[in-house]
Design a protein around this ligand. Structure first.
Ligand SMILES: [Zn+2]
Length: 417
């Protein structure tokens, strides 16, 4: 027994000595060993890993004037807005991430429907957005508070009926606990996209704290009196981008910003875009000016880079400005390799669209691809019936060329396999 005990003791001592030796004197080997263990499945993955693309499409302001609201009324009194997306069905089918800027609020059908200036839109149009396959809705705009707090709360509640849609820009007031989970994330396969949405304001010089608690502000707000400083980026935007960077592979920031009817970005847009890029935004998709603005790579001095669509223009409207009928659909292709994810410049750009309506009270007809639009359609566009407005295909082509330039993609480039 004594011999056995000595042997066991020696074995034990030997084992302990080795362990101590290995731990104290050979940490590099031990670390290396850990890395090897981790890299083994990774190497297997490497063989199995298939490079692939993730595609994103985004359209601009879904601006539901009464001519569009009325167009959705059915003979039995019900409402259906599926037709709003007939012109872009093939793209919705192909893209993985599908974003729309919902300019107006779904404030509750019981508040009745309103057009400009204090919109309230039928929730059936929200159902149509979800039904068409959009999986991201931007809801922070200057019209978010058109129906006050009850409209905002009803809109937040409405979107709970579509849990398949990521709604960004508005939310219940954040608590200490929910603040930690405030970054909206969309997972596509193994890749995670953070999609942040902010508005410059809500059609006023100031904003109440109860609205601010539910809507993401792009600009700085003086806490003491609610006044908005339209020239200064809200620090929260930069905090959110930093936080998003730790949670997501790609950070997309969607600001509602800029000068209405201006086809060039303002100096404030340029300044904010640079600050967002420095903070780590990978993609910036802007809305609000009602016209398209250029697409540009923003290069920050710290080496960060972001692809910025300054403005997509509207998606639908019955506005009276000819240039507002030309719209853009962002199309971004991300290429995923085992080393990471990046924007593939081949199939990334913008597809020009034309919003077409008639002169009937139920005005809306369809959103067309500019490449399929004709002078015959242009000559029947309802915008002409407002009087004093000419509208021609050649103008649309010229604006597209001048503003969007080489970024223009054709349907074939995007849809062909
Ligand atoms: Zn707007």
């Amino acid at each position: 027994m004594a011999i056995i005990r000595i042997i066991l003791c020696l074995i034990g001592a030997h084992t302990v000595a080795d362990t101590i030796y290995g731990w104290v004197h050979k940490p590099p080997e031990k670390e290396e060993a850990v890395v090897q263990v981790v890299s083994l499945p990774a190497q297997n993955d490497e063989i199995a890993f298939e490079e692939h693309d993730i595609t994103l499409m985004a359209v601009g302001d879904n601006l539901l004037h009464m001519g569009i609201v009325n167009a959705g009324k059915q003979s039995d009194g019900s409402r259906n807005y599926d037709f709003l997306f007939d012109g872009i069905g093939a793209f919705l089918e192909k893209a993985d991430i599908k974003i729309i800027n919902q300019e107006t609020i779904f404030g509750g059908n019981e508040l009745d429907f309103h057009g400009y200036p204090k919109f309230n839109s039928p929730t059936e149009a929200g159902d149509a957005i979800a039904g068409a396959g959009f999986n991201v809705v931007l809801q922070a705009t200057n019209h978010t508070a058109d129906q006050g707090m009850s409209g905002m709360e009803n809109c937040i509640d409405f979107w709970k009926t579509h849990p398949e849609v990521l709604v960004t820009g508005i939310h219940e007031p954040l608590t200490e606990e929910t603040y930690k989970n405030r970054i909206p994330l969309l997972k596509v396969g193994d890749d995670t996209f953070a999609i942040l949405n902010y508005t410059y304001g809500a059609n006023g010089e100031s904003i109440s704290s109860s609205i601010k608690d539910r809507m993401n502000m792009l600009c700085d707000v003086d806490e003491s009196n609610g006044r908005i400083d339209f020239e200064t980026l809200n620090k929260q935007v930069l905090l959110d981008i930093s936080e998003a960077k730790t949670l997501a592979d790609i950070v997309i920031v969607c600001p509602h910003w800029g000068t209405e009817y201006s086809t060039t970005p303002s100096s404030t847009q340029e300044k904010f875009a640079m600050q967002m890029t420095e903070a780590g935004a990978d993609i910036i998709i802007g809305t609000h000016p009602h016209v398209v603005q250029p697409v540009k790579w923003i290069e920050a001095t710290n080496g960060n880079r972001a692809l910025c669509y300054y403005s997509l223009g509207n998606y639908v409207s019955t506005q009276k400005n000819g240039q507002s009928m030309l719209e853009g659909m962002a199309w971004i292709t991300f290429h995923v390799t085992k080393d990471g994810i990046s924007v593939s410049e081949d199939q990334t750009g913008i597809i020009p669209l034309v919003c077409h309506y008639t002169s009937n009270p139920t005005r809306f007809k369809q959103v067309y691809l500019l490449e399929n639009y004709t002078e015959e359609l242009a000559s029947s566009h309802g915008i002409i019936s407002y009087g004093g407005i000419s509208f021609h295909l050649d103008d649309c082509l010229k604006w597209s060329d001048e503003i969007l330039g080489d970024w223009v993609l054709s349907a074939d480039e995007v849809l062909s396999p």
